[in-house]
Ligand binder design. Sequence first.
Ligand code: NDP
Length: 336
Amino acid sequence: NRKFTLVSRPDGEPKPSDFALVEEDLPELEDGSFLVRNHYISLDPAQRGWMSDAESYMPPIALGAAVTASAVGRVHASKNPDFPEGQWVVGLAAMEEYSVCQVGGFTAPVDASLVPSPTNFLSVLGAVGMTAYFGMIDDGKPKEGETLLVTGAAGAVGSLVGQIGKIKGCRVVGIAGGADKCAKLVDDYGFDAAIDYRGKSQAQLEAEIAAAAPDGVDLIWENVGGEIMDAGIASINEYGRMVLCGLISEYNSPEPVGTRNLWYLISRQATIKGFLVRDYPPRFPEGIAQMGQWLAEGKIKHDEDIEKGIENSYDAFMKLFSGGNQGKMILDVSPQ
Ligand code: NDP
């Protein structure tokens, strides 16, 4: 059982030496538990937070343990009649080839015959899709004719958020890194306008956002933080809302990042709402049904970026921070 383990807590950007690939024997199963052969592992910016021991909504990954991750796989051996051998399951596991799942663990059975690929349970029909769906429906509450600004717009969450905004009748403006991703926002995901943030000052970004959102911004979906978030705030309308989903530009920065434009939230009586998908698994069936329907109707497109091999864990994970990923970042560790 090969495992991608955390050996030291990263200081700033994670380094290869913060991790080790180790091989262990398969564990013995206790009654009620079962062993999953992971096929696909989800790589998420949130894992960077779980590597730290700062206060969070999740316990820190123990040093020496495999890096916590969502995964989809098949039951390989079982001492639990509810999870027979061969059953596909999805849940919180770790970056390893085999994971033991205990009674009452997160792992839920899924029907892999209903989807084009089991990877979809980590992307559009998984936590990422459910983040976009419930974050928009419950917190963003987009209304027809409003302007939605999405940061990290070409990524797994952002691309879905923007498309949900279009379905709900918004003008959607996305911010992403590079000309290719910006072209994709408009051409593939149907955004009304795209802004490339790379190499631009905050003042330039503020000007470009203002031009792309001539009526101001009613709803901001924030994935990035830092200067990009600050630039968006300058265009927020009176009583505007921000769904704060992520702050990826700040995850590797040891220093706190200041914002200059918070004043606008006061002067325009705007609201920020933090969103966590953690509380939503009981409602996933509802979100999966709606996202599944939009997919079937061709109203939503999604991309997956799949790297192969547990030995490539570090490089695949770091694509999230360089922007090298094109869609939901997934590691294929399936048996060859
Ligand atoms: P993405 O697929 O969006 O991949 C991450 C992207 O972030 C990169 O492709 C890159 O895009 C962008 N990025 C990385 N570093 C920077 C930077 N310094 N400045 C600007 N952009 C940067 O990942 P996800 O869709 O999985 O996650 C997106 C956000 O949503 C993250 O902040 C994540 O933590 C958050 N999230 C929150 C959840 C919740 O429950 N609150 C659940 C799931 C995700 P580019 O090339 O455009 O720079």
